[in-house]
Design a protein around this ligand. Sequence first.
Ligand code: ASP
Length: 315
Amino acid sequence: MRNPQLNANGELTHLLTIEGLPREILTHILDTATSFISIAERDVKKVPLLRGKSVFNLFFESSTRTRTTFEIAAKRLSADVVNLNINTSSQSKGESLLDTIDNLAAMNADMFVVRHSQSGAAHMIARHLAPHFHVINAGDGRHAHPTQGLLDAYTIRHFKKDFRGLSVAIVGDILHSRVARSLIHALNTLGTTDLRAIGPQTLMPSGVEQLGIRVYHDMSEGLRNCDVIVMLRLQNERMRGPLLPSAQEFFKTFGLTPEKLALAKPDAIVMHPGPMNRGVEIDSSVADGPQAVILQQVTFGIAVRMAVMSIVASH
Ligand code: ASP
């Protein structure tokens, strides 16, 4: 079956998931992002690539970093940006998602950036719309967060230069994490062979090994000699019933403290998609320490989102 994100020429017209995208497309996005990094350092932080285009930011779930960085990215590409506050929109009056989309499409939107609590929402919108619209998934349920996966890959490449030969540990609530899924797909495609998922059994999706990642329940085994540590938030809003004894207990076993960080390579980097819960998955001294690259991830996220938007809009 044809990948719904690609047109008949194999070009990216939507970004819905990293799963199934060829390595050349991922590398092209990362390389394009590199060319956008310097725009932030200019006096006039703008290029005209999306001039005259309308980007609609549709966030049906709350977000700080992702929504803001998509908005900045679109503005730096000179697009007109419309942010929809869904709580006060027609959805709260019972309008269906696709009726809302049809109305916005009738306003001559060009691109939709969509975050939704339902897995598959962005796919459904992309399938529904005529081919000249572009849809970017900004997080759908626990399924995918492709621009986060790409900005994480960008950050890893920036600090570690090559994906091959790296050991990358993803720690915490893997079960509910779209960030973990997208990053696992990205790193598998980009050539990282030592991928480790560390967390309690109750927060590990069954069969996760089939995604190409080794499972550890012990930090001292899983973190040993790794180059990259990605910490995840406990996604309490997605948990049905208690999956852990307590946040304090979780921190004792899986929280990243300086002692546990010392098990990794001395030059290991520490990443986190945010929002961070200090004292739950990460100790403040690590979050603010010299190995943390958490704020650089946010900055790189703008260039990566500019790259994705400009690439899909060009096809
Ligand atoms: N911001 C990320 C997401 O939207 C991670 C998180 O919420 O914990 O999935």
